[in-house]
Design a protein around this ligand. Structure first.
Ligand SMILES: Nc1ncnc2c1ncn2[C@@H]1O[C@H](COP(=O)(O)OP(=O)(O)O)[C@@H](O)[C@H]1O
Ligand SMILES: [Mg+2]
Length: 435
């Protein structure tokens, strides 16, 4: 029997420049295939990997390295190609290899891999000093078991960092459970986090339900938008963290809790403490390691690197072969302020990639994108009047979309604009299935 597909290991990687010349090889690659790095650097990739001539645009292909059959996956790193060996012959049966390749082809490599190592620091793009420092600190923090507080504006990559920290920790084979504190209404906080026993309250599931804390057992609990946790819930969370025990709602037995907490916020928690909006004791509990993720405008060096990274990402998804960004668009990208940070940059590139023809992305591709605001007034007049309920629903959807656009996707700002509670915004977004 072969091994389960999701146990696939990384056998190391090599990097080549645009001309297919080897620029780097990982130590484990050299070791796994008994290759001497010094002899190979500067040579052709074809000398290392046999049988890749027909590869063309494939991102995953069969090849032989030092006489061993392998499945190799190609990713981009700036202008370079990175060839990663994901399966070595003998690890799994041939038919499993074939079906694995097939499934990857279908998914176009874009589905996140199940389980751990969903993200590693390699996949956090950025070489600016600010980003290198953040990654270095995160790497050091990762192996400890301490609580981490990630601070940064919306879209800077806090969740990505949280996953990478988990992926590098000793807990990586246990669950990573994310909870968006802004999305849980105060009254549901306990049942969501602690779970409940059968018949705990009316409307509860008959079988009861485990809470997020239980689901994250031995792993990491990611508490996103921690500042939005209602004051009372903050106290309850603190108690669990201190006593390391959790009891389901309506239950009597308590369970020992072994979880690592990573919390994230786009607000100044210290200031909220001063204002009496966030509990000081919980703040200190979370503030063991704090890591600030820089905004994109503080690391303009990363903008083009990220833009090319997302171009490659959408090349894969849309089956395109865009290779360049024209100079006009480059200037624009470098001078824009990016209030929505990397999330906004990604959406921006995606919009262009929907329109682009040929191999160069230009400003025209962005402007030619269909306007995101729906139904112009003139069009609306042409539409037959719907029931009041539907008309109100559409007005609500329009208002939410506009608020989200005007706040660059930052939901807490959007909620403020709409003068509604952020939890209520989340409910509506879920209800209407908005992005
Ligand atoms: N450094 C990065 N490299 C690659 N992708 C990134 C990076 N930072 C953020 N992203 C992407 O940008 C989007 C927003 O990131 P996310 O972690 O959700 O931000 P936050 O939690 O700070 O709002 C995600 O699609 C994420 O994958
Ligand atoms: Mg987030």
């Amino acid at each position: 029997m072969g091994r389960a597909i999701d146990l696939i290991e990384d056998w190391g990687y090599l990097e080549v420049d645009e001309g297919g010349r080897l620029t780097d090889m990982s130590p484990d690659f050299c070791e796994n295939f008994s290759i001497n790095k010094k002899d190979c650097i500067g040579g052709s990739i074809h000398d290392i990997i046999e049988g890749m001539y027909g590869r063309k645009r494939k991102k995953v292909f069969f090849g032989a390295i030092a006489g061993i059959n392998c499945i190799i996956r190609v990713t981009k790193k700036g202008y370079r190609d990175v060839y990663r060996v994901i399966v070595r012959d003998g690890d799994i049966e041939h038919h499993e290899m074939v079906s694995f390749m097939h499934s990857i082809d279908i998914a176009k490599m874009n589905k996140k891999r199940p389980h751990q190592n969903k993200y590693s620091f390699d996949e956090i793009i950025g070489n600016s000093p600010a980003m290198q420092e953040a990654k270095e600190l995160a790497t050091r923090i990762a192996t400890s078991n301490s609580t981490v507080l990630l601070t940064g504006k919306s879209g800077t990559g806090k969740e990505l960092f949280a996953q990478a920290i988990h992926g590098m920790s000793t807990r990586k084979n246990n669950p990573f459970v994310a909870v968006n504190c802004a999305a849980i209404p105060g009254e549901l906080f306990e049942s969501e986090l602690f779970g409940y026993e059968p018949g705990a309250f009316s409307g509860a599931k008959k079988e009861g339900k485990p809470g997020k804390i239980e689901l994250a057992m031995n792993g990491t609990l990611f508490l996103d938008e921690i500042s939005e946790l209602p004051y009372e819930a903050q106290g309850k969370l603190l108690r669990v963290l201190q006593e390391k025990e959790v009891e389901r709602v309506g239950g009597t037995a308590s369970k020992h809790v072994d979880i690592r907490i990573i919390a994230a916020t786009n607000r100044d928690l210290g200031k909220l403490v001063e204002e009496g909006k966030f509990r000081q004791d919980l703040f200190y509990r979370l503030y063991v390691f704090d890591l600030t993720i820089p905004s994109l405008r503080e690391r303009k060096e990363d903008i083009l690197l990220l833009a090319y990274y997302f171009i490659d990402y959408f090349n894969g998804r849309f089956d395109l072969e865009v290779k360049y960004i024209d100079s006009g668009l480059q200037d624009w990208l470098l001078n824009y302020e990016w209030p929505g940070n990397i999330r906004e940059l990604k959406a921006f590139i995606e919009r262009g990639m929907n329109i682009v023809e040929g191999d160069t992305l230009s400003m025209r591709d962005i402007y030619f994108a269909p306007p995101q605001v729906s139904a112009k007034p003139t069009e609306r007049k042409l539409k037959a009047l719907q029931s009041l309920e539907d008309e109100v629903k559409h007005a609500e959807i329009n208002a939410i979309q506009r608020a989200l656009e005007e706040s660059d996707g930052d939901r807490s700002i959007a909620a403020q604009k709409l003068k509604i509670h952020i939890a209520s915004l989340y409910r509506k977004i879920a209800k209407y299935n908005l992005k």
